[in-house]
Design a protein. Sequence first.
Length: 191
Amino acid sequence: MRRWLAGIGVVVAMVLAATGCGGGSSASSAGSKSTTTQNGDPSITAKPAGATPSESAQMICATEAQRDIAESLGVTPTQVTTPTWVDHVYSCTYEYPNGSFTMSVKEMDNLAQTKAYFDELGTKLGRQPGSIALGNAAYATTNGSMVVRKDFKVLLVDISKLPDQFGQPPQKRSDVALSAAAVLMSCWTGS
């Protein structure tokens, strides 16, 4: 387990060094009011869930993310599905000839809701011991998927429909989840 966690640190460092952040989309959650995340850093603010997905949630399916994830994994998706926005969950699937993975962001109204959902996913999906230095908190699940809590949002990179080895060069699917999450977190703001 220690070797796996040490490997995660190396992968995160490599992904963050390799990815860049351009401008985000111009969409934002209209009418949202900023509030402090209560994580001890008053300079970090978060917005409660709105009627439309936030700019940071929309990043997971945006062209820039698709490009950065393709660069990180060494493969380009054949298709990224049209994003959906249901029950404050923004989601899309990256499809490849030999598998797919789904990324989703659940938006909440406050820190208590966010932590509760983050913990609920850990129970439902099987949270692995240890933590990962992404967002405000992160963990891997028993199948290698990645869950990241940032501000009032929870990102899930579900790699359950990928083969055991994926990408170019081939890597463990758990590393695919980590790479995708790290790419997104390198650019994710509280908006």
